[in-house]
Design a protein around this ligand. Structure first.
Ligand code: ZN
Length: 439
């Protein structure tokens, strides 16, 4: 009883993710100053720590807070606005017209607030985001107490946010200057996609990413049309073009990569790129099924993302874990691929590694930040439980999330969100925007 701790969590199971494939039973996690200072059997922790607060989770599995490796948080305001369309029609007929009329700092702030509330409740503690007005997204994530990597988005064409590629970059860098000292907020360079960004703009994006050591967050090989268009316009596939431009590297997060041939795979491998797999969005937009088992076998880092709420239509990493596992099994006709521990690692440590943040988050290890999620497996619909990680992926859902901590601070407590903005205010914000869209 000598070492002080702010918080000791006694829990039935811990899936720390590192070391791999481990489940600890009846262990405790001790937290001080926002960091994990001990992981040990409960009896030992009881003797060792003088804890300010003790949380007992007798039927729970504690996992690292999940990392949503690809989202457009503000699009929560457009959840369900258009379904059952392929990507380009969905963008051209529904999303871009609504954005052209309504996107503003207030839109992004409110949409991101709603998204952060949804994600935190569902055990997601870090979001890799890409949208207009990154300064408003950063403000909302910081206000809601959620860790985020905010993309400095870049497109070639004008929107209400910016006039041309240089203007996007200038505004993105100004947002970064304002927010990058915040403990929860990081930035990335986010050229939207090969088909919306020119060679010259990619060169500028790359120079900034290299100078500031930032991740490059980009949609790539989402549809077969994208590849056909690139062959017609540039004489090569998008990934080959990005490689020629020097954009592929270990800081590059290639989102989707639904369509992949041997050369594409070799490029991603050679440049040590990460992939953000968004299985639900790929299924919903009918984009296809990425060959995740092949990517994993090739040693690629594959994290999981929800994409925006307008193409999913929920920011639910439990669904992404399960869909990733099931799709990979179905596509490869091999039930041994993407076991539950792999799906959990993709949703946590692999996402953190892709963002260059694996030294601080993504696993439950001494020295890392206390971004944690407890899932209560004690309910009747989770019985019996032979393997808690299997249950996490194939049985439980975000409704079973009981506690969430970011930097050791409580965001969800016994199922109740403790956020800066309460539910009635979030409901009001959502309703204001829905009314605006219909007028
Ligand atoms: Zn996306």
């Amino acid at each position: 009883m000598n070492e002080p701790a702010d918080l000791v969590i006694n829990t039935r199971w811990i899936a720390p993710v590192a070391p791999v494939d481990t489940v600890l039973e009846n262990h405790a996690v001790a937290v001080r100053d926002g960091r994990i200072v001990g992981v040990m059997p409960q009896a030992e922790a009881h003797r060792h720590y003088r804890a300010e607060r003790v949380v007992s989770l007798p039927t729970h599995l504690l996992i690292p807070g999940m990392v949503n490796l690809h989202a457009h948080a503000a699009m929560n305001l457009m959840r369900g606005i258009a379904d059952d369309l392929p990507l380009m029609r969905w963008l051209q007929e529904a999303i871009w017209p609504t954005e052209a009329r309504h996107v503003s700092p207030a839109f992004v702030r409110d949409g991101t607030r709603l998204a952060a509330a949804e994600m935190l409740r569902g055990g997601v503690t870090t979001c890799n985001d890409m949208y207009f007005h990154p300064e408003a997204a950063a403000e909302a994530f910081a206000e809601m107490g959620m860790r985020a990597v905010v993309g400095m988005v870049m497109l070639e064409f004008p929107t209400p946010y910016a006039s041309d590629a240089d203007d996007y970059l200038r505004k993105g860098l100004a947002a970064r200057d304002r927010w990058s000292a915040h403990p929860l907020i990081q930035f990335s360079v986010a050229p939207h996609a090969p088909y919306t960004v020119s060679d010259a703009s990619f060169a500028r994006a790359l120079a900034i990413a290299e100078e500031l050591d930032l991740a490059i967050h980009i949609h790539v090989h989402e549809t077969s049309q994208e590849i056909a268009d690139s062959l017609a316009a540039h004489g090569c596939r998008p990934l080959a073009r990005l490689a020629r431009l020097g954009v592929l590297g270990q800081n590059t997060i290639a989102v989707h990569v639904v369509h992949l041939d041997e050369t594409d795979l070799e490029l991603l491998q050679r440049h040590a790129c990460s992939v953000a797999h968004c299985p639900t969005s790929n299924m919903k937009l009918g984009s296809g099924i990425p060959d995740i088992s092949r990517m994993l076998a090739a040693g690629l880092r594959v994290g999981l993302g929800t994409d925006g709420a307008a193409s999913n239509n929920r920011l639910d990493m439990f669904h992404e874990m399960r869909h990733a596992a099931l799709l990979a099994k179905a596509a490869s006709r091999d039930p041994t691929v993407v076991p539950a521990q792999t799906a959990l690692r993709m949703a946590t440590l692999d996402g953190a590694s892709a963002l260059g943040m694996a030294d601080w988050i993504g696993s439950i290890e001494v020295g890392k930040l206390a971004d944690l999620c407890a899932v209560d497996l004690g309910a009747v619909d989770c019985q019996p439980c032979f393997d808690p990680v299997s249950h996490l992926v194939h049985v439980a859902g975000r409704e079973h999330v009981s506690h969430v901590w970011v930097n050791g601070e409580t965001r969800v407590d016994k199922g109740a969100a403790l956020l800066h903005i309460n539910d009635s205010e979030l409901l009001r914000l959502s309703s204001v925007w829905q009314t605006r869209f219909s007028n």
